[in-house]
Design a protein. Sequence first.
Length: 262
Amino acid sequence: MPAVSRRARTLAVCAALVASLLAVAAFAPLPFAVAAPGDTVNVLGDDKGRPVITISGATTRKTSGQLRMTTIVATGPDATVRLGDVIDGWFDTDRAVMPRDSVYPVGDTTKEIEKHNAEEMKESQDDAASAALRYLRRSDEGIDVSLRLADVGGPSAGLLFSLGIVDKLDGDGRGGDLTGGRVIAGTGTIEPDGTVGRVGGVPLKTLAAKRDGATVFLVPKGECSEAQEGLPKGLQLIPVTKLKDAVSSLRALASGKKVPSC
């Protein structure tokens, strides 16, 4: 009997410690952010009453269809995320729990992060214009491209910016629209040479795209598997590694031809 009593006391103490740790964990801030699908913007149209893409020094064409860049929204860098928030995020298909450092890799305050994101957006816009004009072999023609998105930061709209410039200047190269009149969405960074890079939050961006009417989603090829997680029904994934891949795929899609898939 004494041995059993000692064991019972030990188990009781351990249980109390575990309960205490769980109680602390439930209320302690954790290094995570909770993200959800954000806004999408048609780069061929207007945002907050102003054109997203403005081109001077060259004749532009009237476009139909849409090219929608996608975003996610996440709890801010100063927000407190607790165990309950993380558990809820794991079971909610419209939200994702992400390491805070993957959402906010630079800066500790909202102001620092906004400054960093604005700088990345500006660089992305410059790279997008360079990539599009280089692809069209018009980089030496004195064409000036101005890109503007209100309240959006970071580099992940680069691919869609480039495609929007190509569509406004050249369409599908045969007199038609690069979109084929469809609502096309996507994500991906862009380098001046047209290389498409990885981004974050792809599954949430596919949800945002489907919500806003897209039937096709362009995704960096290396993130195909991630994009297929919870992919909304009726949304076609097209992988891309270069700007020319995206243009070729959209031209093929507009012509009813077979296109690459994830």
